[in-house]
Design a protein. Structure first.
Length: 191
């Protein structure tokens, strides 16, 4: 496991999140809140959960063993937003997520190889609810990305069922190809 590998996974996570937010902007509020029997039950609730999970895990990586997203009720699944000060609109969520992404970028820029083996403690709100689990930092960093992929798949299925024609691409290979094409535009022709 290397810092470069972890950073690449998070670049991909960030790119996918942006695509999801762009797709969801095209939907009405009713479509965002329509109930589905998957994920967190709606596009809106699943987006909140995805954002909240990224928030609480970054807080845990920074040393907070019992992180709670502002607006969430403590001890419940991240993104519940049933407390005071919850996120009320897609615009607000996009703005808060942008700030969170910058915090992730700053965190990852300071990450060293030796940091990856350190232990992170976090109180669980799901498996072993209430119990403080100790996990290697590299595993937490991978979990954040894998959780994002899992939740993204649920969101894309909901978007498809909501009638979105131009679904966001979530494949890392697409990101890599886009980057390679951009790099080629700036390379002098060697012929």
């Amino acid at each position: 496991m290397t810092v470069n590998f972890i950073t690449r996974l998070h670049e991909h996570r960030r790119w996918v999140n942006q695509g999801l937010l762009e797709s969801v902007q095209m939907l009405s509020e009713a479509q965002r809140r329509r109930e589905f029997p998957i994920g967190q039950g709606s596009i809106w609730k699943s987006l909140l959960h995805l954002y909240a999970a990224e928030y609480v895990w970054l807080e845990a990586l920074l040393g907070n063993t019992a992180p709670v997203l502002p607006g969430d009720l403590p001890g419940e699944l991240p993104g519940n937003q049933r407390g005071e000060g919850g996120v009320g609109s897609l615009e607000e969520l996009s703005e808060k997520w942008s700030h969170l992404e910058q915090r992730w970028i700053d965190y990852l820029e300071g990450l060293t190889e030796s940091d990856l083996v350190e232990i992170v403690s976090k109180q669980s709100t799901s498996s072993g609810k209430g119990r403080v689990h100790r996990t290697r930092r590299s595993d937490v960093l991978m979990h954040v990305c894998l959780h994002a992929q899992y939740t993204t798949a649920q969101l894309i299925n909901m978007l498809r069922q909501a009638g979105v024609q131009n679904l966001p691409d979530s494949m890392l290979i697409t990101l890599a190809r886009q980057e390679t094409a951009r790099e080629a535009e700036f390379q002098p022709d060697e012929s």
